[in-house]
Design a protein around this ligand. Structure first.
Ligand SMILES: [Ca+2]
Length: 379
C-alpha cells in the first residue's frame, strides 16, 4: 500500500489518455476525473533521453569547477533499509562500494537553472506541446486524436484537499495544470520571482540531464546518492542520524500536520519549497539531502534491483542501475529513480526523507516537488 505514497498522477493519466480514451469509458468517469483528463499531459517516448545537440557545455575555469560542491570519499556501505520501516523495494540490504566524487552541496536552484536556459535557449519538457504525429505511433491504431487541451504544455501541481481523503488515491491532490512549468511551478499565475535561491522544480529527468551536461556534470547514481546522503553515518535511518524528525530543531522542509489537507508548516514552509541551506547540513556538508524536493538520480528504476545485486556477490562496485526499468505498479512505463523526499513528506504518510527511501517517475514527468543536484567525477 505504501508503495503508492507520493507517487504522481502522471501514470494514471498516461493510461487514461492512451487506453481509456473511448467515449464509452470517459462517460464512466467522475467529473473530477474528466477535469483531470482535460489537463492531462501525455509523455512522448521521443522526448526521453532528449538532449539538444546544440547545447554548448559550459566553459568552466579550473578554479571554479567545484565551486558549491563537496568531495565525497570513496567507501563501502550497506545500501537499503536497515529496519522494518522501508518499503519493499528498499530490501534486501546489499554491500556497495563507490568511488570518490564531487556532489553539489545544494539542490540546483532557480537562478542556476535560469543561467542554463539563458545560455542555451533550452525548453523544458513541461513547456512543450505534445505532437500527435509522434504520439499516435505509440497508441493502438484507430485511437482518436485527443483534444488540443490534452496535448497542451502542462505539468503536475499539488493542490491540497479540503479535508481527509483516501490516501491511496493520489489523483485527489495531484492535478495536471496547463501552463505549469519551472518558471510557474504552481500554474501560469505563479512565479519564481523572489525564489531565485529555491530549488528548481517542474523539471523532468531529461531536463536535469540536459542541465548536468551543460554544467560539465552528471546526475548521481542511486548508490552515490545514498552514500552521500548518509553523510558518514553507518546504517542510520536519516541523514542526521536516528532522532525522529519532529524531535528538537527542524531538520528538513517536510509536512507537519494532516496530509494532504492541513500542513501546519511548523518548519516555516507550507507545502512549498524552501530556499536552499535553511536547515543543517549532513555530515558531508550537503543541504536539503532530506526533504525540500525529490532529486532525480541517473538510474533506471526496478522494484527488484536490490535483490539482483544481492545475488551477484558480497560487494557491488559502482552500480549504475538496471539496464531496463520495471515497476509492477505501472508495467510498461519506464521510470527513473528519485531520492530524498520532499516538502510533501509526512511522518504518518510516506517518511521518504529516510536515507534508504526510493521513489520513481517517468523521465518526462515534471512535478512541483521534484528537482535535482549534480555530481562530478574526480579525474
Ligand atoms: Ca514544510
Amino acid at each position: 500500500m505504501v508503495i503508492f505514497l507520493n507517487t504522481p498522477l502522471k501514470y494514471s493519466c498516461i493510461f487514461l489518455c492512451l487506453f481509456l480514451w473511448p467515449s464509452t469509458i470517459l462517460a464512466q468517469l467522475s467529473q473530477r476525473q474528466k477535469d483531470s483528463l482535460a489537463a492531462c499531459h501525455v509523455p512522448l517516448p521521443s522526448k526521453r533521453g532528449f538532449v539538444k545537440t546544440n547545447l554548448v557545455q559550459k566553459s568552466i575555469s579550473k578554479s571554479s569547477a567545484f565551486l558549491g560542491m563537496k568531495k565525497i570519499p570513496s567507501g563501502a556501505f550497506d545500501m537499503g533499509a536497515h529496519d522494518e520501516k522501508g518499503r519493499t523495494d528498499e530490501y534486501p540490504v546489499h554491500r556497495v562500494a563507490v568511488k570518490a566524487f564531487w556532489i553539489d552541496e545544494t539542490e540546483v536552484t532557480n537562478a542556476q537553472f535560469a543561467a542554463f536556459v539563458a545560455a542555451t535557449g533550452y525548453v523544458t519538457t513541461a513547456e512543450k506541446a505534445i505532437s500527435w504525429d509522434e504520439l499516435k505511433k505509440q497508441v493502438p491504431a484507430g485511437t482518436p486524436r485527443p483534444p488540443d487541451s490534452l496535448l497542451a504544455p502542462s505539468s503536475l501541481v499539488f493542490v491540497p484537499t479540503t479535508g481527509p481523503v483516501n490516501l491511496v488515491d493520489y489523483s485527489q491532490w495531484w492535478q495536471f495544470v496547463r501552463g505549469a512549468d519551472w518558471r510557474h511551478p504552481e500554474g501560469p499565475h505563479s512565479t519564481i520571482v523572489g525564489k531565485e535561491n529555491h530549488p528548481v522544480v517542474q523539471v523532468s529527468w531529461d531536463d536535469a540531464q540536459a542541465y548536468a551536461r551543460w554544467a560539465g556534470k552528471r546526475l548521481p547514481t542511486e548508490a552515490e546518492w545514498e552514500w552521500a546522503a548518509r553523510g558518514g553515518l553507518k546504517n542510520l535511518e536519516f541523514p542526521w542520524g536516528s532522532e525522529p524528525i519532529d524531535s528538537g530543531v527542524f531538520k528538513a522542509n517536510t509536512w507537519q500536520g494532516k496530509f494532504p489537507y492541513k500542513d501546519e508548516a511548523k518548519d516555516g514552509y507550507q507545502h512549498t519549497t524552501a530556499p536552499v541551506k535553511q536547515f543543517t547540513s549532513n555530515g558531508y556538508g550537503l543541504y536539503d539531502i532530506a526533504g525540500n524536493v525529490w532529486e532525480w538520480c541517473f538510474d533506471n528504476y526496478r522494484h527488484d534491483y536490490y535483490a539482483t545485486l544481492k545475488k551477484k556477490g558480497t560487494l557491488v562496485l559502482n552500480p549504475k542501475g538496471p539496464l531496463n526499468s520495471y515497476d509492477p505498479d505501472e508495467p510498461g512505463i519506464p521510470k527513473k529513480v528519485m531520492r530524498g523526499g520532499s516538502f510533501l513528506c509526512n511522518d504518518s504518510y510516506c517518511a521518504s526523507y529516510r536515507s534508504s527511501a526510493r521513489m520513481k517517475s517517468s523521465p518526462d514527468s515534471g512535478l512541483m516537488h521534484t528537482g535535482f543536484r549534480c555530481v562530478k567525477d574526480i579525474n
